[in-house]
Design a protein around this ligand. Sequence first.
Ligand SMILES: [Zn+2]
Length: 42
Amino acid sequence: MPVSEFYRNCHIKICAECGHKIEEQHESYLYECERCMNEKDE
Ligand SMILES: [Zn+2]
């Protein structure tokens, strides 16, 4: 089973950029992890 499938089945979001797990504390509309978002802010 692909890792992305595993996360989807567990209702865990992963970053669209690097595939890192996104913590559930963030709003549901986020699709990138904090690190990728911070890099784009610079
Ligand atoms: Zn990321």
